[in-house]
Design a protein around this ligand. Sequence first.
Ligand code: NAP
Length: 215
Amino acid sequence: MTKLRIHSFAISVDGYGAGPNQNLDNPLGAGGVALHKWVFATRTFREMYGGDGGATGVDDDFAARGFANIGAWILGRNMFGPIRGPWPNDAWKGWWGDNPPYHTPVFVLTHHSRASITMDGGTTFHFVTEGIHAALERATEAANGRDIRLGGGVATIQQYMRAGLVDEMHLAISPIVLGSGEALFEGINAVEMGYQCTEHVPSASATHVVLARRT
Ligand SMILES: NC(=O)c1ccc[n+]([C@@H]2O[C@H](COP(=O)([O-])OP(=O)(O)OC[C@H]3O[C@@H](n4cnc5c(N)ncnc54)[C@H](OP(=O)(O)O)[C@@H]3O)[C@@H](O)[C@H]2O)c1
């Protein structure tokens, strides 16, 4: 059965998945880029952007798991880019250049409709205005038996968690504090939702934890 999986979602020690004031210069908000420091050096991250080399080990193992058996992605509109409100035009096509690292259909949740965008390398961005269940249905169909990766950000993950739809969540806790921003567990009672920590592995750069629902 198709699972909805979160991988490599980085949070600060104080629980933020992005810093404050997201904008074109700070896609992850002020100070937020440091959340991803653990992944930048990995072989998986380098390969995502056509590079070679990179570190293997715990961080790379977790990064690589996030791409195994994924047939579609779901993102929130703020993760897709810095533009808020109605799309002024069709110029913005994501942060990731002509060949984004998804290589599958990607369903972007937004209240503002927009035509789908076909990118190089098998990525197509579809904009879904009918809510989280509609996005999941479309992603499930597109994934064709494979799993769906929920990329983020926080607002999107929280909705799927509250609806009890996230099967597995790998978080990388980075050794930074952000003080403010998008708090992943704000208003979320993960215990009541049936989640428990099923794995925890430290590396030199992050503490990796996996949450899954009790079966
Ligand atoms: N730490 C990490 O590993 C990680 C991973 C991914 C992203 N991020 C960061 O997280 C930040 C974005 O997170 P975020 O919490 O601000 O926002 P988000 O979840 O990416 O997007 C929220 C926006 O998506 C649209 N949306 C969400 N749910 C919807 C629904 N049910 N129906 C229709 N539209 C819906 C709304 O946009 P509109 O109403 O404006 O259309 C909403 O304001 C970025 O800084 C990104 O870089 C961090």
